[in-house]
Structures are given as structure tokens and as C-alpha cells.
Design a protein around this ligand. Structure first.
Ligand code: ATP
Length: 213
């Protein structure tokens, strides 16, 4: 059974940094599919994201027509903070025999030890870390230890086992930030060429971030 890539995020809004990363990881790791999972209630974010329905709609528009890309809305079907460990558990129940690869940027990985039940993540999925400009993994602390124990350079291991490895790989660096996009759009700056045209149209027509700006 093919390995499933799981790409969670607030996607507030989705942009080419997310999309290009997902595509390169899908190709490099020969993933059967990548599921974009918009976060319903981000546990760590101070500021609330825009309505989930808008974020889901933008993800859907952004990935339309890309084979092997899908949006998964399961985090909107539960109450309370959207913990990744719960999401992985439910995907694992539906896919007992598929390797699961949780995709994330280096910035997200560096905060991993603050995630709810973070050690359990490794009993459910591999973690694939895409380099992001300006961030570096530390060899010290709990994260350094886990990296030392679980790191692999063998893509084959991500297919021959269901979970438990960490694979760090560079991706084309596109220094696009959703926070900067929200601020820019709020200030009237056109997000052209930073997001897919379909998403840009939705942003300009709905003015969702203009209202916040
Ligand atoms: P914000 O600025 O709102 O925090 P963000 O894009 O960093 O936005 P998310 O949408 O939650 O936050 O990110 C989802 C995932 O995408 C994370 O794993 C993050 O590391 C990764 N990511 C975000 N921006 C980029 C980028 N420009 N290139 C590669 N990966 C990215």
C-alpha cells in the first residue's frame, strides 16, 4: 500500500510555499497522495484564523486538478483544539497498513516538543521535515535526542515501515509567509504570483483579510 503524505496547517491563506513543498516531497518520496488538512482550532496560535470554510475553500481551489493532492476536513468534525496526534490516530484507523508521512517545515519541527503528546506522533507516522530559510535543527535537548535516534537518510525505510522515522530534506526555498500575506492584503497589496490565481481571485473578491487589516 502506498505511503500517505499528511500536510497540516492553518493555510491562512494557502500559498506557493506550501504547494511547492508538498509537490517536491510527494515526488521525492514517491507518496501515493498528499492530504492537506486545514487546522480547525490551532492549539498554539494566539490570533484566531479566518473562518475554516474560507480556508478549506482556498485549499480546494489551490489543489484543484493536481493528481494525488486532496483536502481532508476531518479536523472540523471534532470539538476542541485540533491536535495532530488525534488526526493521525483517526487516519491510522482507516489505513492500518499504509505508511503515514507527516510533512512539515523546519520551523514547525523545531516546536514539536510543545505539541500535545508529541512522542506518540512517532507511533503513528514518520516525520518529514522540509528545510525552511532561516531555521536549523539543534542537536541538543529532547528534539536533538529524537532526531539522533530516529533520523534516516533512506527513503526506502519510509516505505518499509509504517511510522517512527525522521527524514530531513531540502526543498526549493520560497520565503512566502501567510502572516505577511495577511498583513499585505489587509494593506491593499496584491498577492499576485505568491498564491495561485484561483486563490488570489477569492482573496480579492471576498476581502477576508482586508476586513482584518
Ligand atoms: P503563519 O505565518 O500564519 O504562521 P505558515 O504558512 O507558517 O503561516 P501554516 O499554514 O500553519 O503556517 O504552515 C503549514 C506548514 O507549512 C508548516 O509545516 C510550515 O512549516 C510550512 N510552511 C509554511 N510556509 C512555508 C514556506 N514558505 N515554505 C515551506 N514550508 C512552509
Amino acid at each position: 500500500m502506498g505511503s500517505i503524505g499528511i500536510f497540516g496547517g492553518t493555510f491562512d491563506p494557502i500559498h506557493y510555499g506550501h504547494l511547492r513543498t508538498a509537490l517536491e516531497l510527494k515526488q521525492r518520496l514517491s507518496l501515493a497522495e498528499v492530504r492537506f488538512i486545514p487546522c480547525a482550532e490551532p492549539p498554539h496560535r494566539k490570533e484566531a484564523p479566518v473562518a475554516g470554510a474560507s480556508r478549506v475553500e482556498m485549499v480546494r481551489a489551490a489543489i484543484a486538478g493536481e493528481p494525488g493532492f486532496a483536502v481532508d476536513e476531518r479536523e472540523f468534525n471534532r470539538e476542541g483544539p485540533s491536535y495532530t496526534v488525534d488526526t493521525l490516530r483517526s487516519i491510522r484507523e482507516e489505513n492500518p497498513d499504509a505508511p503515514l508521512c507527516l510533512l512539515m517545515g523546519m520551523d514547525a519541527f523545531l516546536g514539536l516538543t510543545r505539541w500535545h503528546n508529541w512522542n506518540e506522533l512517532f507511533t503513528l507516522a514518520h516525520i518529514i521535515v522540509a528545510h525552511r530559510p532561516g531555521w536549523r535543527a539543534s542537536a541538543a535537548g529532547a528534539l536533538g535526542e529524537v532526531l539522533h535516534d530516529r533520523n534516516t537518510r533512506e527513503i526506502a525505510e519510509l516505505h518499509s515501515s509504517l511510522c517512527g522515522r525522521i527524514y530531513v530534506t531540502p526543498v526549493t526555498q520560497l520565503e512566502i509567509s501567510a502572516t505577511d500575506l495577511r498583513d499585505g492584503i489587509g494593506a491593499g497589496i496584491d498577492p499576485k504570483y505568491l498564491v495561485p490565481e484561483s486563490v488570489r481571485k477569492m482573496l480579492l473578491e471576498s476581502e477576508i483579510y482586508a476586513r482584518q487589516g
